[in-house]
Structures are given as C-alpha cells and as structure tokens.
Design a protein around this ligand. Structure first.
Ligand SMILES: [Zn+2]
Length: 76
C-alpha cells in the first residue's frame, strides 16, 4: 500500500518523487511538466497515426486480394 502510494507521487516527466500529492499537483502546473505532457501527447498521436496508416495499408492489400478472388470466381 505504501509502495503504491509512493508510486503515484512520482511524476513520469522527470521521475522525481514528490513528498505529497499537493507538491505533485504543484509540479503539474509547472511549464516543464506541461511541455513534457504536450510532447507526450504529440508522440502518442504520431504513434496512433502510424498504426492507422499500417492498418489502412493492410486493409488496402486485403481489398485488392479479395477483388482478385472475386474476379477469379466470376471467370469460373
Ligand atoms: Zn511532471
């Protein structure tokens, strides 16, 4: 329980441990933390875009394959 509590008081932006949730909240208001948060959001968005593009490419190929199969079936 104590360990869990202390984990929650560590900010991932700097890996610093804060003595109380109030001081952690105070840290969340700082520019360095906000900058890190924005940077993280942008990275997350880029990862999502990348994933969607891969998925899109996969579906595009699958679509081509299915069209080929259908046209093969129609020939026979
Ligand atoms: Zn932080």
């Amino acid at each position: 329980m104590d360990k869990m509590l202390s984990c929650q008081l560590i900010c991932p932006c700097n890996n610093k441990e804060y003595i109380s949730s109030a001081s952690l909240k105070q840290h969340h208001k700082t520019n360095s933390h906000k900058y890190w948060e924005k940077d993280k959001e942008q990275k997350d968005i880029l990862i999502k875009i990348n994933r969607l593009e891969n998925e899109n490419e996969h579906l595009r190929r699958l679509n081509i394959l299915l069209i080929e199969r259908i046209s093969d079936l129609e020939k026979n």
